[in-house]
Design a protein around this ligand. Structure first.
Ligand code: AMP
Length: 426
């Protein structure tokens, strides 16, 4: 099935041909005809599946005829600045043979300049929810919006944008098309979909929480103290041209990058303590090949688009199993082969089991010669691990039980009393 057969028109066909897209991906095959038919869509698709083109191409085609005096005709909401920039770049590439005007509204950039540009007539805006609301407060009207897209909806909700989306949605005209894309099919997303979608078509391109099929996944068991050494060894001995390395915390991201630099590797770091400008700069430099290694925390695991990134290494497993799926989704994009390596110490054995449960598959566990875990550490710590895993199970049960305590006048009173006592103690 070609893009042409899907109904994509010539100016877009020419543009994607120069980008080397010869065949539509699964999500594109299924979504493009439906979007062209103006249907609402609920799609579960991970980054790397070609989902941006799946909504961007038919939207561009729908808006191909300029309408005099109309305001913004399509709004694409995305959770992060980085992802917004990526979508904006992609749309600029796709629309280069068209006269559709696109703009990006993200924080950290001059609001007034963005306002002036909007006044000059923009058809499609790509925005983060907070910044879009700021513009709405400053007079931006959504009255002419024909298509509304929520990209990475699960991430948006996880990042606390629910309220913003609920504020934006009622401002859209009654008749509009909504496209919801989400990597996972969480309860929160489902709830939102009921609010904002009308008779949606469901598109499920990957099974719930499964990782992209073309990714080879492997776990190397190693002692905590030797992880950095093993990582440097793997990069060197396997001659990895570029690698994205994930840590769990900002501190370990910084520490690891210092260690790797000592080994003579060129390393960039992005995490939440870095300014947005700094993160973007590092990302660009990594894309330009100035760093061989990019160390990142999970904030960077979404919305990061690096062409043909072959290797992702989990230096530490994420604390939330779902983040594993997002992390390894950085590789094996659009059908290319990728490899995801996780270095796990004895303390992460429980975490890897949780991940395997989530993705519904076992990941092969191996050791690298010369880096085998010390069995003495194993014996000494095994009791701790059992306790930790037991504790987590108990915690889960407790959270479930305590999930939604009923709020009564009595419970409120007692909570107030408790707060007063705590204040005094503190
Ligand atoms: P996305 O899932 O939108 O982040 O896309 C992942 C990557 O796949 C991007 O680098 C796109 O440029 C690329 N891509 C999207 N569609 C195709 C296609 N049909 N053929 C080849 N590459 C594609």
């Amino acid at each position: 099935m070609s893009f042409e057969k899907l109904g994509v028109f010539k100016p877009l066909l020419d543009a994607i041909e120069t980008l080397g897209y010869s065949e539509p991906t699964i999500i594109q095959k299924r979504a493009i005809p439906l979007v062209l038919q103006k249907k609402d869509i609920f799609a579960t698709a991970q980054t790397g599946t070609g989902k941006t083109a799946a909504f961007a191409l038919p939207i561009l085609q729908r808006l191909r005829k300029p309408v005099e005096g109309k305001g913004v005709r399509a709004v694409i909401l995305s959770p992060t600045r980085e992802l917004s920039i990526q979508i904006h770049e992609d749309i600029a590439n796709y629309s280069k043979n068209m006269s559709v005007k696109t703009d990006i509204l993200i924080g950290g950039k001059d609001l007034e300049k963005q306002r002036q540009r909007l006044k000059s007539g923009i058809d499609i805006v790509i925005a983060t929810p907070g910044r879009l609301l700021e513009h709405i407060e400053n007079g931006l009207s959504l009255n002419d919006v024909e298509v509304f897209v929520l990209d990475e909806a699960d991430r948006m909700l996880d990042m606390g944008f629910t309220k913003d989306i609920r504020k934006i949605h009622p401002l859209l005209p009654k008749r509009h098309q909504t496209l919801l894309f989400s990597a996972t099919f969480s309860d929160k997303v489902r709830k939102l979909s009921k609010l904002i979608l009308t008779k949606p078509a469901f598109i499920e391109t990957a099974k719930k929480n499964t990782t992209v099929e073309t990714i080879n996944q492997v776990v190397y068991q190693v002692d905590t103290a030797r992880k950095a050494e093993l990582l440097a060894y793997l990069i060197g001995s396997r001659n990895f041209p570029q690698v994205l390395v994930f840590t769990r915390t900002k501190v370990s991201a910084d520490e690891l990058s210092e260690e790797l630099k000592k080994d003579g590797l060129k390393v960039g770091v992005i995490h939440g303590d870095k300014t947005k400008a700094n993160r973007l700069k590092t990302l660009t430099q990594f894309k330009e090949g100035k760093f061989r290694v990019l160390v990142a925390t999970d904030i960077a695991s979404r919305g990061l688009d690096i062409e043909e990134l072959p290797y992702v290494i989990n230096y530490e497993l994420p604390s939330i199993p779902e983040d594993y799926v997002h992390r390894v989704g950085r590789t094996g994009r659009a059908g290319r082969e990728g490899e995801a390596i996780s270095l796990i110490d004895i303390y992460e054995k429980y975490d890897i089991k949780e991940i395997e449960k989530l993705i519904g598959q076992k990941i092969p566990k191996e050791t690298v010669e010369g880096f085998e875990p010390d069995p003495n550490i194993r014996r000494k710590d095994i009791e701790d691990i059992k306790l930790k895993s037991e504790h987590k199970k108990q915690e889960k049960k407790f959270v479930k039980k305590k999930a939604a305590p009923k709020v009564t006048a009595k419970s409120l009173k007692s909570a107030k009393k408790k707060r007063k006592t705590t204040k005094r103690d503190g």
